[in-house]
Design a protein around this ligand. Structure first.
Ligand SMILES: O=C[C@H](O)[C@H](O)COP(=O)(O)O
Ligand SMILES: C=C(OP(=O)(O)O)C(=O)O
Length: 378
């Protein structure tokens, strides 16, 4: 039998409410952040961008649902570290996107948070001055201002939701979202995805496990209740209705998985699980062994599968910036337009990849309307 209840000895916290949540011996409270509403008021989306984002999300969803036969191309820097250079890139990309509009829906990677395998620069929101020092308040302001300016290029924006807490600060500007290979198994991330108003790509796991991505799609398609900040900053219980436009992104792992056999196997698994019939292929990461020069080869292979009529291929992701390669985030001076995280393709090579993908989408369209057998009597 249990003895008498031992009274809990609580420290005197009445006038130090933070001490209960974040005791000084293990954490330090740096200071308050703006609420999502305060940040949005400072860098508003405005009516024109609201309508633009709504239209872009619908367009992405139509590709995911198979109602639009264009290819979705999510392309841009691994991370945004220099907003001016990223906007210069967006300007080039917007012109190419307009030229390929009939065949491709081009979405700009506008990634402001980076998931790290262990430690490293965590992105513009965390360390906007690349100074090796956290400044979330400044990062949120610089990051949101960038997203508004990038959206003004007319391009849809892609974003990896790394920290669920930060999502309400940026999500109104995002038209395609991702859960990355390092967070796709996380319940808080899947709950967030269930409440997000844009299609979400679920990456396969870092080792190449596709099942974890399929499980994430299933989880995010269901409704969930979870804790999150409301716009005004009040911690709230939020109900996600379930996101029907979630899909799998094949990014490779221990070995690549962009080849026809791997794509076919993933599509079979998706159909068996009853969660859609399409995948996006990431040409970078595990599919390029982190060698950016292997991305065009992946793009060529996927384009050949598309041109051969594979309707299960929804699109491609490419890591690309103004200049090829990458550099150490601590290097000074930093080279303009060069990634500080994963290596990227340069702009001319990227433009050729877009041409290849547009041609593949056209050939798939022609193949789908061409009669398969000669009509009787001719
Ligand atoms: O996409 C970028 C990186 O692959 C990801 O952030 C992990 O990087 P890391 O393994 O260098 O930490
Ligand atoms: C981190 C990324 O990818 P992954 O989760 O596939 O490693 C990314 O796309 O930036």
């Amino acid at each position: 039998m249990a003895g008498p209840a031992v009274p809990l000895e609580l420290p005197a916290i009445a006038d130090e409410p933070l001490a209960l949540a974040w005791p000084d011996d293990s954490a330090r409270v740096l200071g308050p952040l703006p609420t999502p509403a305060e940040l949005a008021e400072r860098f508003p989306r405005g009516e024109r961008l609201r309508a633009q984002v709504t239209g872009h999300r619908r367009a992405v969803r139509e590709i995911v649902d198979g109602a639009d036969d264009r290819l979705l191309v999510i392309v841009g820097p691994c991370s945004v570290h220099d907003p001016d250079a990223a906007l210069q890139y967006a300007h080039e990309l917007a012109a190419a996107a307009a030229a390929h509009d009939r065949d491709l829906l081009v979405v700009l990677r506008a990634y402001l948070e980076k998931p790290r395998t262990s430690v490293g620069w965590k992105g513009l929101l965390h360390d906007p001055h690349l100074a090796g020092r956290e400044d979330l308040a400044e990062g949120l302001a610089i990051g949101r201002e960038f997203l508004v300016r990038a959206a003004n290029s007319g391009l849809p924006l892609a974003y990896e939701f790394v920290d669920p807490f930060l999502a309400p600060y940026v999500l109104d500007l995002v038209s395609w979202g991702a859960l990355g290979a390092r967070t796709v198994a996380s319940q808080p991330h899947r709950q967030l995805a269930s409440a997000l108003p844009m299609p979400i790509g679920m990456k396969n796991g870092v080792t190449g496990d596709v099942e974890v991505a399929i499980a994430a799609v299933r989880a995010a398609r269901a409704p969930h209740t979870f804790p999150a900040l409301a716009a005004g900053g009040v911690p709230s219980a939020v109900v996600g209705a379930g996101n029907s436009a979630c899909h799998v992104v094949l990014r490779g792992g221990a070995r690549p998985n962009y080849d026809a056999a791997s794509v076919g196997a993933a599509l079979d698994e998706l159909r068996a699980a009853g969660v859609g019939a399409g995948v996006v292929v990431d040409a970078s990461h595990g599919n390029s062994g982190k060698d950016h020069w292997r991305q065009p080869g992946v793009v060529e292979d996927v384009a050949a599968q598309v041109a051969a009529g594979n309707r299960g291929l929804l699109g491609v992701m490419i890591e690309s910036f103004l200049e090829e390669g990458n550099q150490d985030v601590a290097a000074r001076p930093l080279r303009h337009g060069v990634s500080v995280t994963d290596g990227c393709l340069d702009w001319p090579t990227t433009a050729r990849c877009l041409d290849v993908l547009a041609e593949a989408a056209r050939r798939r369209r022609i193949a789908s309307v061409r009669p398969r057998t000669r009509p009787v009597g001719l």
